[in-house]
Design a protein around this ligand. Structure first.
Ligand code: NDP
Ligand code: 8X3
Length: 265
């Protein structure tokens, strides 16, 4: 039976677009209290307003760059103050959604750039580690709380041009598994949700703003939507405390495998 998320504190990284923004709206519709982070604060503020309109008990937005330890620590200090003004030691986090990340470029290893590799490892791998380390003290004292990491089918199957992104998401998968072991006995739950092709700003970012190239990725296909993935996050977070959804893979019906995509003419 589902557990109510009303008034639960839910922290979502990468909430300025795509899965993170949809998750803010859907956790909001469950009357949760939201802490939203990303680098584009103007967009975050808009998402926070949408989440409040959807029913969020509270929705707060703050700059966050998961590629920087200092930024993660500043964000968590802010989050503690918001959750427990004047007594930050009393703050309890119910759900951490490690969603910030994405791909940069689709170049084969021979042609790829250090800056793209570094950005992908920073956000998808080190970002998950940094956020988990900073948030865990607020979760250990709150058995039944959940970490939801957003991985990818790319972490399970390699593809050409995806070496660093696939490595990063494989890293996220192993971080999830290690945390699951480390936290056994604390009551803190850990899950990876691994989507296939979903239409968000993911491809626009990967192709550095080339909208025509990004659009081709989804040509003739019915991809997942951000809401499809956000609904899964809400479902995972609302399982009763004794249930841990360990690993969940979700793909569009048109995508049977990473290379096997049905396209309508
Ligand atoms: P979007 O590009 O729409 O969203 C990515 C979000 O991550 C943005 O809010 C962005 O915010 C944020 N972000 C990126 N880097 C950082 C950073 N250094 N610090 C803080 N926030 C950051 O793509 P999606 O919604 O699709 O992506 C969300 C997650 O889902 C990613 O981890 C992605 O790898 C994964 N994924 C996506 C799939 C897809 O096909 N769309 C499939 C499988 C997994 P800002 O730029 O404002 O900081
Ligand atoms: C995003 C899915 O297949 O483009 O993680 O890598 S894919």
């Amino acid at each position: 039976m589902a557990v109510s998320l009303k008034d639960k504190w839910v922290l979502i990284t990468g909430a300025s677009s795509g899965f993170g923004a949809a998750a803010a709206r859907l956790f909001g519709a469950e009357s949760a209290r939201l802490l939203l982070g990303a680098r584009r604060v103007d967009r975050l503020e808009r998402v926070a307003a949408e989440a409040r309109a959807a029913g969020a008990a509270e929705a707060h937005a703050h700059f966050l760059d998961v590629a920087s330890t200092a930024s993660v620590e500043a964000f968590m200090a802010w989050a503690r103050q918001v959750m427990a003004p004047g007594e930050p030691q009393a703050a309890r986090l119910d759900v951490l959604v490690n969603n910030a990340g994405g791909a940069q470029g689709l170049d084969p290893v021979m042609d790829a750039k250090d800056e793209d590799w570094e950005a992908m490892i920073q956000s998808n791998v080190l970002g998950v580690l940094r956020m988990s380390r900073a948030a865990l003290p607020l979760m250990i004292r709150n058995p039944g709380s959940s970490i939801l990491n957003i991985g990818s089918i790319a972490g399970r199957v390699a593809y050409e041009g995806g070496a660093a992104y696939c490595a990063a998401k494989a890293g996220e998968l192993q971080i999830t598994r290690a945390l699951r072991l480390e936290l056994c006995g604390t009551g803190v739950r850990v899950c990876t949700i691994d989507p296939g092709m979903a239409e968000t700003e993911f491809s626009l970012v990967r192709f550095k703003g080339d909208a025509a190239r990004a659009g081709k990725v989804y040509e003739g296909v019915q991809p997942l939507t951000a809401e499809d993935v956000a609904e899964i996050m809400v479902w995972v977070a609302s399982r009763p405390p004794h249930v841990n959804i360990d690993e969940l893979v979700v793909k569009p019906t048109d995508q049977a495998a990473i290379h096997k995509v049905y396209r309508r003419k």
